[in-house]
Design a protein around this ligand. Structure first.
Ligand code: FA5
Length: 339
């Protein structure tokens, strides 16, 4: 019977077939079930041995049935997979557009790579900063309007969202790993209580500074001229105008020749970007103030340095002709997908 069961199960080609054979063997009137009723015919002392034998047989037949059932299911699955033409390389039916970096990040990466190619190393720092690193060590006088509650977002006493990336000057100069000479650039978000078409409460700056013996204004101008030429093209005119920042002396702002209204005759009639002056202000800069060196524990007799900082949105707006800074933070896909 065991062999018979094995043979009929193995030759069953479908589940229905298999179940039919199973019923014939183990169903209510199945051959094996009938066997059980023959136990009575045996002498009493043999019945339990015969019963055990029949039960073992029943168990074996059930196992054979289960195994064949699994085998049939597996080969059914394999047949199905062979029939359905699966091509994993086929392109999907819905077309996803590829994303890209936000224009601010595109410009930021470009600015950083220009300064990297000029030999500066890239550093980064936190957006939550101490008053000391953001203002005090940068020689802001205590009554300076920027330290007022109106301009800064205070997180707690003596702690604020940094208002500029100049905090990185202090962080680098007071670092235990400081090694001079040092040339650093750093970019990231900064925060101020501003809100209009050219001023956003959160915006991005890039800061750079170089500290060495005998660094002078000529090095500053040379570096920034090389930078402007790489950003806006060879021969881009630049000029420095005197200006004031508490942490530099002398301080200056740098303008580049307006790239929007350049004409062979040099006219600027009607240009709204440079307001017909022919110049566009792009950054603040100057020689690091001896007071900053003193506060940061650097020998200002031996070392000098220059520093500069600019708004990344400003550069992006000029580059792409974006009229309103707020467009850059609204995440409107019609705007973003044009970059
Ligand atoms: C500074 O923040 C100085 N730390 C720059 C500096 C560094 C000077 C090193 C000297 C040496 P200022 O406040 O001017 O300077 O800001 C620099 C630039 O940030 C501005 O020219 C402008 O492009 C940009 N900016 C300022 N406020 C906003 C704002 N709310 N939204 C967008 N851009 C802004």
């Amino acid at each position: 019977l065991r062999e018979h069961a094995h043979q009929v199960f193995q030759t069953s080609r479908t589940e229905a077939d298999l179940r039919e054979h199973h019923a014939k063997l183990l169903g209510k009137r199945g051959e094996l079930t009938n066997l059980l009723s023959t136990i009575r015919k045996y002498p009493a002392d043999q019945r339990s041995a015969v019963g055990a034998g029949i039960n073992a047989l029943k168990h074996d037949v059930e196992s054979m049935f289960e195994a064949r059932l699994r085998g049939l299911a597996q080969s059914a699955k394999a047949d199905e997979l062979r029939q359905v033409p699966f091509d994993l390389g086929l392109p999907g039916r819905c077309q996803f557009e590829r994303g890209h970096l936000h224009p601010i990040h595109q410009v930021k990466d470009e600015l950083l790579s220009i300064f990297r190619s000029l030999g500066f190393v890239v550093a980064s720092g936190p957006e939550v900063e101490t008053e000391e690193n953001n203002f005090t060590k940068l020689a802001f006088p205590p009554e300076h309007p920027a330290t007022d509650m109106q301009d800064s977002f205070w997180v707690g006493p003596g702690v604020l969202l940094r208002t500029h990336t100049s905090n990185m000057q202090v962080r680098e100069m007071t670092s235990p790993d400081l090694k001079l000479p040092l040339g650093v650039v750093s970019a990231g978000p900064v925060y101020r209580r501003d809100d209009d078409v050219t001023h956003s409460p959160m915006f991005h700056q890039i800061e750079g500074f170089l500290i060495d013996e005998r660094v002078g204004m000529a090095d500053l101008k040379g570096t920034l001229t090389a930078f402007a030429e790489r950003l806006y093209g060879p021969g881009t005119p630049v000029r420095l105008r005197p200006s004031y920042f508490p942490f530099v002396e002398p301080g200056a702002e740098m303008d580049v020749g307006c790239v929007f209204c350049v004409r062979p005759d040099g006219g600027h009639d009607g240009c709204r970007v440079c307001k017909q002056t022919g110049w566009i202000e792009i950054l603040g800069c100057g020689m690091i103030h001896p007071e900053v060196f003193r506060q940061c524990g650097i020998d200002g007799e031996r070392y000098t340095g220059f520093a500069f900082g600019m708004g990344i949105e400003r550069i992006a707006m000029l580059r792409y002709g974006i009229p309103d800074i707020r467009l850059m933070f609204e995440n409107d896909l019609r705007f973003l997908s044009s970059f």
